[in-house]
Design a protein around this ligand. Structure first.
Ligand code: UD1
Ligand code: UDP
Length: 364
């Protein structure tokens, strides 16, 4: 049987690469469908190159739009491709609109599915991702969890435990693979940064979609920049609004294009501080031991707070929190990293999938 991976957005590529590699090593027949949700070279191609992902068998080119328009285009495109490819299993990743659309299409066609990064919950349905997570988990046949809290969320939602596997975090597998190539020096030199700097990534709709939110956030980031130079690889979603709110390239705030995976992680590795609203970056800073301030009211990744370097902050509290983090450095409250974030999540997922394909899954 064919395993089809449906990928659409930047974080999907990072999560899928170790799974694709490990399934390949087990000789499983597989292909990637790129939905085209992210399409700029710096949001897509660079990840295929940096992560060694094989060429997609198809690119649906759905592009951007409102949630309804984008999801509708995804549904139509994915239905056709799933019917044409006739996969034995479709694997979806994370919580983006491509994930949601693929799971809906497969559920209606009776095609079996696996969800990588199941069970994360922010309990904030104002986030589009939270809606995508709940629907995706409720319809998946195999659920791969990255952290123990996910197991209790899924149990509470009535997902049978037999479908759920705690396997660790494939995004951390990718980080481990990249580790030997991570060198801040060339990126720092190219961007003209001093040795001591902070990195910020900001793209959550709640932070960048309204002028009011953007203004509040930008004024806080500019205050941080009075303490330490800040480099902002800008996600296309917030580019215009954050610029209108005053986030412009200058000596203390460097606003640059999105960075490739190896360049970005190199920069993070050398940073004194990271400010973010990204999901994945909360996890990567935890593993790299870099202090992370997450500008959000909640996180679906609380393990990065209990076992990592992450703190939640409001925009108003960001400058003071940055001052404290810069003074204290990184600290991990439990002194232990999250369980199974060991670089072997991909092989664990591949073993479960491979056994499942051979029919070892037929218990209730
Ligand atoms: C999506 C995910 C979000 C994830 C993020 C990762 C959903 C609902 N959201 O958000 O969970 O954290 O990806 O980066 O799926 N754009 C470009 N070029 C691109 C892609 C997007 O310019 O290659 C611009 C377009 O103006 C577009 C906007 O970014 O309207 C938003 O893109 P979209 O894919 O809808 O959502 P993201 O904000 O990227
Ligand atoms: N990332 C990157 N270049 C950047 C910003 C982020 O390579 O300029 C990587 C980051 O290391 C992580 C992934 O993109 O692996 C996270 O994607 P993003 O923040 O867009 O999405 P989220 O995790 O919030 O869904």
């Amino acid at each position: 049987p064919l395993v089809l991976h449906v990928l659409g957005a930047r974080p999907n590529f990072v999560k899928a690469a170790p799974v694709v590699r490990a399934l390949g090593e087990l000789g499983v027949r597989q292909g990637i469908v790129h939905t085209g949700q992210h399409y700029d070279a710096l949001m897509s191609d660079v990840f295929f190159a940096d992560l060694g992902l094989p060429e997609p068998v198809a690119n649906l080119g759905v592009g951007s739009g409102t949630h309804a328009k984008q999801t509708a285009a995804l549904l139509v495109g994915l239905e056709e491709i799933v019917l044409g490819q006739d996969p034995g299993l479709v694997v979806v990743y994370g919580d983006v609109n491509s994930t949601l659309a693929a799971i809906l299409v497969c559920a209606k066609l009776g095609v079996r599915t696996a969800h990588v990064e199941a069970g994360l919950r922010s309990f904030d349905r104002g986030m589009p991702e939270e809606v995508n997570r709940i629907v995706t988990d409720s319809l998946s046949d195999l659920l791969f969890a990255t952290s123990p809290d996910a197991l209790s969320h899924l149990a509470a939602e009535g997902v049978p435990a037999a479908k759920v596997h705690l396997v660790g975090n494939p995004m951390i597998d990718s980080l481990f693979s990249a580790l030997p190539s991570l060198d801040p020096a060339p990126v720092v030199a190219r961007l003209g940064l001093p040795d001591r700097y902070a990195v910020a990534t900001l793209h959550r709709p709640a932070n960048v979609d309204t002028p009011e939110a953007a203004r509040e956030l930008v004024s806080s980031v500019l205050e941080v920049a009075r303490q330490i130079p800040v480099v902002v690889p800008i996600h296309p979603r917030g580019r215009t609004r954050l610029a209108e709110a005053g986030l412009v390239d200058g000596p203390s705030v460097r606003v640059v294009d999105p960075l490739g995976y190896v360049d970005f992680l190199s920069l993070v590795r050398g940073a004194a501080l990271v400010v973010t609203d990204s999901g994945g970056v909360q996890e990567e800073t935890t593993m790299l031991g870099v202090p992370c301030l997450t500008v959000r009211p909640n996180t679906e990744r609380p393990i990065t707070i209990t076992h990592g370097t992450n703190r939640l902050v409001t925009p108003a509290l960001l400058p003071a929190a940055a001052e404290k983090a810069l003074a204290d450095g990184a600290s991990t409250p439990s002194g232990e990293l999250p369980p199974l974030w060991d670089g072997a999540a991909g092989p664990r997922i591949a073993r479960v999938i491979s056994a499942w394909l051979k029919g070892d899954n037929l218990s209730p």
